[in-house]
Structure formats: C-alpha cells, structure tokens
Design a protein around this ligand. Structure first.
Ligand code: OGA
Ligand code: FE
Length: 277
C-alpha cells in the first residue's frame, strides 16, 4: 500500500429520524435515555493531511495545523491552563484567523479509554478527563453560535461594536505523539446544510445545541498523522459570515487501524475561542 493511502476507520454518523435528538451530560430523569439518537457506524476513508498537495486552510477546508509550541508544564494544573495556556491560545487564534480580538471561554482535557473499549461519545471521565469522542459532531449550530456571542461578551458597548465573529477550537496532544486515536476533521466545503442535525445537549443548568451529521459520500475526511504536543489544530466551529469562509467543521475521534503495541492512550486538550474581526 502506498504511504499516502488513506486509512479506513469507523466513525458514528447520526441515523436519520423524525425526532430531535437530545443528549444528557448528567444522569437523566427516570425513563429518559442518555442519548436519544441512534448512530450509524460507518467505515470512512480518512486522508493524512500531511500528504495533501497543499496544506489545508482555516477559511477553506475549515482546519489548519500550526506549529505552536506551548510553555505549559502541567496541563493538569488548572491555574497554569488559565494563566498561561489561555493567553497563548488567544495569540494563536488571532494569528490563525486574522481577527482583532480573541476571547477564550472553555477548555476540556481528554484521555482515550483503554483501547479494548469501543470509542465512546466522550462522556465517561477518567481522572477528571473526558474520553475521546467518536461521534461526528460540530460544537455549535446556527442558533447556539449566535447565542454564544452574548454569553462571551457581556459589555453592551463592546457587543454593539461586533461585526463579523467566529468560534474556533484549538486541539493539541498534551503528552505524547498521538498514535492511537487521532481527531478526524471533515472538509467544511463538503458539508451541505441538509447534512446537519440539531441536537440538544442538556447540562444541569442550561441546554446547549450542537450538530450531529447525516452520512453523505461527498464528505471528505482528513487527520494529521502522529500529531505532537508542539502542534495545534485550529478548526472552525461557527462563523457569523455566511459566504466566502468556512463555517462548520464536523469532527470525531477514530481508532487508527494500525496502533503500535507501545502506543500510549491519547491525551489532549481542546479549547474554544470566540474571535471578532
Ligand atoms: C473537540 C472534540 C473530540 C476528541 O475538540 O471539539 O470534539 O476526541 N474532540 O478529541
Ligand atoms: Fe467537538
């Protein structure tokens, strides 16, 4: 097999249904399932973006790899994340988007569960870390992307000045080279609005909304092989501008078909950042 052949791996699309999907982040009331949707596990070709003829770009494919070392020593130290990593991420988000202001509002640490466990939907946490998430989704929808602006910028004057804004995720390995369970991203240009299915996400004190994704053969999937902690994947989750830019970049974790025996479970941090132009 040539070196640049795509890998084939399983990821969970959503099964078409008449009812609006809903998932819980905490123990649901009696009789209500954690996840109401049914998932459609598909074998997908995932290209190694390092082999692409030209490097993917944030405003085209919806994702971009940056060589951006971090000075964070301990990602388990919440104070260091807030004081050091958030500032680094703001700078990276501005460099990647060309925006004027950046507001980091959320982050999450993940660790792949033992590799004999099937990829979960990211819920089960081990030592305070979420599991890798094998369910194809986009973190914001048309509605929740719009709503997030007012949650992040509360100053009325500052809010009134905002024209275009977008939300990007910044994802990086925190300890080792990722060999087992990378993050796959779908070329935003291959997504059509009819592919996107709004799904409620219930938190104890509010309901968020993400997109799940219907299967389509036109979707083109990529990942960056052997990502290292000095590399960061920046990918678009929402844009208030409708045309001429990427807007939604669905993504999911997948188990690489060739995991070396010595591979350690992937540990990563993802961070969400709203930028204004
Ligand atoms: C994300 C995400 C899943 C994973 O970064 O938004 O959904 O397994 N990540 O890293
Ligand atoms: Fe996500």
């Amino acid at each position: 097999m040539p070196d640049d052949a795509p890998v084939i791996a399983s990821m969970s699309y959503v099964m078409p249904s008449d009812t609006r999907p809903c998932s819980y982040t905490f123990q649901p009331p009696p009789g209500i399932p954690w996840e109401s949707a049914d998932y459609d596990l598909r074998s997908i070709s995932i290209h190694d973006a390092r082999q692409a003829d030209s490097a993917p770009q944030l405003e085209l494919e919806g994702f971009e790899l940056w060589d951006a070392a971090t000075s964070v020593k301990d990602f388990l130290d919440l104070n260091e994340i807030r004081s050091v990593y958030y500032q680094e991420a703001r700078e990276l988000a501005l460099a990647a988007t060309g925006a004027r202001k950046a507001y980091v509002f959320d982050h999450l640490l993940r660790k792949r569960e033992t590799s004999d466990t099937p990829l979960s939907f990211g819920k089960r946490a081990a030592n305070g870390m979420a599991a890798a998430n094998g369910r194809i989704h986009n973190d914001y929808t048309e509605a929740s992307g719009k709503k997030r602006l007012g949650m992040v910028i509360q100053d009325v004057k500052e809010l009134a000045q905002v024209r275009r804004y977008s939300i990007v995720n910044i994802w990086r390995p925190i300890r080792n080279t990722v060999l087992d369970t990378p993050l796959a991203v779908c070329d935003a240009r291959t997504i059509e609005p009819k592919d996107l299915v709004s799904c409620d996400v219930r938190y104890p004190n509010r309901t968020g909304e993400i997109y799940l994704v219907n299967f389509a053969t036109r979707h083109r999937w990529s990942y960056f092989s052997r990502m290292e902690p000095h590399e960061a994947l920046v990918f678009k989750q929402y844009d208030s501008q409708f045309s001429g830019c990427s807007r939604f970049t669905p993504h999911a974790a997948f188990d690489h078909p060739h995991i070396p025996a010595h591979a350690r479970p992937r540990e990563s941090i993802e961070l969400r950042c709203l930028v204004t132009y």
